[in-house]
Design a protein around this ligand. Sequence first.
Ligand SMILES: Nc1nc2c(ncn2[C@@H]2O[C@H](COP(=O)(O)OP(=O)(O)OP(=O)(O)O)[C@@H](O)[C@H]2O)c(=O)[nH]1
Ligand SMILES: [Mg+2]
Length: 329
Amino acid sequence: MNKKIDIFENLANDIIGSDLPEREKTEILKSIANAKEQKLNIMITGATGCGKSSTINALFDYEVAKVGVGVDPETMDISKYELDNMVLWDSPGLGDGKEADNRHSKNIINKLLERDENGNALIDLVLVILDGSTKDLGTSYELINQVIIPNLGDDRQGRILVAINQCDVAMKGKYWDSLNNKPEPKLETFLNEKVDSVRKRIKEGTGVDIQPIYYSAGYKEADEKQNPYNLSKLLYFIIQHTPKEKRLVYVNNISTKQEMWKDNDDLKDYSTEIKKTFVESVKDTVIKGAEIGSEIGSILGSAGKVIGGVVGGVIGGAVGIVKSLFSKW
Ligand SMILES: Nc1nc2c(ncn2[C@@H]2O[C@H](COP(=O)(O)OP(=O)(O)OP(=O)(O)O)[C@@H](O)[C@H]2O)c(=O)[nH]1
Ligand SMILES: [Mg+2]
């Protein structure tokens, strides 16, 4: 069991122990308390067996959900998992028969229309998982185009993320380079085409233009294990779709198992981008208006670079936490 990280407590201790004037200390501690109170709600949905539970288990350092091994849908109705300030709503998608589909649609719509105590939509982000190994995505399109998107309100594009899982077995296991845990070029082409066709089907059905991604949540069975692929990319996209003031919530909850994060496409250095985002969040939501400006972008890249001043020290502490989280992906 890894030691639990609490970025808010760490930041607060840094501030309390700093030489800042009392008034500034109080200000910043208030911001930290506020950031700590933010509740993040994510809905994870998709057809039976697409990998909702596996994805939750891979992303977050917590055995939150039972991974199905039988034929019965493990997630009969919406399950709620609370991890600190993060609430995950694991909801079955469509394709379990008319009666169940009606019930699931209704449950999803009700959840999407729910408001928090500030009158904002309760669900910050809907992650729709598609099973990359099935040809027939009809029920998934129905779920996305007819159930989810029409009930997302104004910020449609920003609140839905479509991710195609099980990319390793999208061509029945062919062209998966298991030695390096990545797709061979043929599979890569196939997956990119799949991404394109999903994007088109959603655009045609709703007018909404979203950019799906593909990944593998990996699996662990009695004698076999495969690490995730593009899980860092998935997290990167999840963070991009999360309101800025709530992004720090992830720091306390994402898996600290290095092997979960290391295999990704090389379109971007996702680990560095994620770390930058977290440090930016500390700057924007906690130490508002502090004079560190443009230096922030470079500190993660160059080892040992020190920002001056007390606030710099605190940011340095935050960087330390973020770095220790992922060590070297
Ligand atoms: N090869 C491969 N198998 C996967 C992947 N993700 C999940 N699986 C397997 O697919 C099966 C179903 O995964 P779950 O995570 O239980 O799927 P679920 O969406 O939670 O299913 P329900 O809760 O029943 O709706 C399990 O046997 C997983 O091990 C993946 O990326 N690749
Ligand atoms: Mg499940």
